[in-house]
Design a binder for this molecule. Structure first.
Ligand SMILES: Cc1cc2nc3c(=O)[nH]c(=O)nc-3n(C[C@H](O)[C@H](O)[C@H](O)COP(=O)(O)OP(=O)(O)OC[C@H]3O[C@@H](n4cnc5c(N)ncnc54)[C@H](O)[C@@H]3O)c2cc1C
Length: 378
């Protein structure tokens, strides 16, 4: 029986655990830095049909439809005046069994945790050192215990410390010169995904269940100094949060001030380049492999896809994993950057031109198939 250490119990680590749980040839353990999982938050996540297909392989379709939402359209709206520019009918990428889905991140995590026995999750533990011991990998953990494994999967997120330890060099993500502001929005009623485009910011609102609860997420271009990024308190400071809301309010007619709840802000970090390693039986997954700019909402879906591909590679003793991933990572990264650029235009003439292009492209089947279909249909 092969033994696998999964470092990090986020979306990618837990999805992989679900696949391994159904496959008796493998034994696995998860090592998670945090003392417990946060299953309370009401923030949302979008899952496109490529990851829904993979989630359905582990029983996602049995979740109560009440806790999920199936948006029909993505609306593009000018934030300054609330005028709708155009929309995309995203149902065209669904099939009979798999639909574009929005939900609370905590609903997804609870579902993924359901099938993983508690005794396979070791909390408050990080990876400290790895050495080859013949065919095995000897791992030293932060509690000073060590254990032999056949495989190590590093899935400890965008700031992956384990990646640096294993690569023997500092591998750090770069600040994307943007800040995310998220919360839940009240007094809103629209079951689609709506993208409001402003100057130097955009925000997205979508339902997270059938209970009229909505997620609000905004990406605001903002450069911060090193000191600000290191200041853990800045992002909890109410003046700073108000200043971010102010940036949006200046250019949007939607009244956010009184309707936003549970507001949180955080800086956005992305991967500078794809760093793989050529170390036998050690693989990176999810954001630890590559963290995308969030404007294409593909991070979690790609984390799930990566874990599925890793599982198939390990099962079939194949080492083609990175070769197959590189192209997909590059095309999603490109699309995420294009979206970020197009959603944040400031100059009125550029905005006018963008809106004409959007109207045309969102109705052009060939374009939609190549821009979205290629990614969503994996
Ligand atoms: C603003 C924003 C909005 C987003 N919206 C979407 C969206 O709508 N749709 C979408 O598909 N994606 C979205 N994403 C991206 C998505 O959230 C991530 O890509 C996804 O969570 C990555 O999963 P992961 O398992 O790799 O990492 P994570 O989910 O971050 O999990 C990493 C885990 O590792 C643990 N850990 C950290 N360090 C260590 C360590 N040293 N040792 C052990 N454990 C450790 C952490 O505690 C955590 O549990 C968004 C991202 C941002 C920034």
């Amino acid at each position: 029986m092969k033994k696998i250490a999964i470092i990090g119990g986020g979306i990618s680590g837990l999805y992989l655990a679900n696949l391994l749980e159904k496959y008796p040839d493998f034994e696995y353990k998860i090592y998670e830095k945090r003392s417990k999982f946060n299953l309370e938050e009401g923030y949302g996540i979008q899952l496109s049909v490529n990851s829904i297909k993979l989630l359905n392989k582990i029983g996602f379709k049995n979740l109560s439809a009440h806790d999920l939402s199936y948006p029909k359209k993505v609306n593009f709206i000018d934030a300054r005046n609330n005028n709708k520019i155009c929309d995309i009918d995203i149902r065209k990428f669904n099939d009979e069994a798999n639909y574009y889905t929005t939900l609370k991140r905590s609903t997804l995590l609870s579902f993924l945790l359901d099938a993983v026995p508690d005794n396979k999750i070791n909390h408050n533990i990080e990876l400290k050192k790895v050495e080859y011991n013949g065919e095995k990998l000897n791992v030293l953990f932060s509690n000073n215990e060590n254990e032999n494994f056949d495989y190590i999967i590093v899935s400890d997120g965008v700031f992956s410390k384990s990646k640096s330890i294993i690569s023997n060099k500092i591998v750090a993500p770069k600040f994307f010169k943007s800040v995310a502001l998220r919360g839940n929005i009240k007094h809103y009623d629209n079951s689609d995904i709506s993208i409001f485009m402003g100057s130097n910011f955009h925000f997205v609102i979508y339902p997270v269940n059938q209970n009229k609860e909505y997620n609000f997420i905004s990406i605001i271009r903002k450069n911060l100094s090193k000191e600000q990024l290191l200041d853990g308190k800045l992002f909890e400071n109410s003046d700073f949060l108000q200043s971010l809301i102010g940036i949006i309010n200046q250019n949007s007619i939607l009244d956010l001030g009184s309707n936003l709840e549970n507001i949180k802000a955080f800086p956005i970090f992305v991967s500078e380049k794809l760093e793989t390693i050529n170390k036998k039986n050690i693989f990176f997954a999810g954001d630890a492999l590559f963290a995308f700019p969030p404007s294409f909402a593909q991070g979690a879906s790609q984390s799930i896809e990566t874990s599925y591909e890793l599982f198939e590679n390990i099962k079939n003793n194949n080492d083609q994993f990175y070769k197959e991933r590189i192209n997909k990572i590059n095309s999603i990264n490109r699309r995420s950057k294009i979206n970020h650029f197009a959603f944040h235009l400031k100059n009125p003439l550029s905005i006018f031109m963008r809106n004409i292009c959007l109207k045309y492209l969102t109705k052009n089947e060939k374009f939609l198939e190549s821009y979205l279909g290629k990614i969503y249909r994996n």
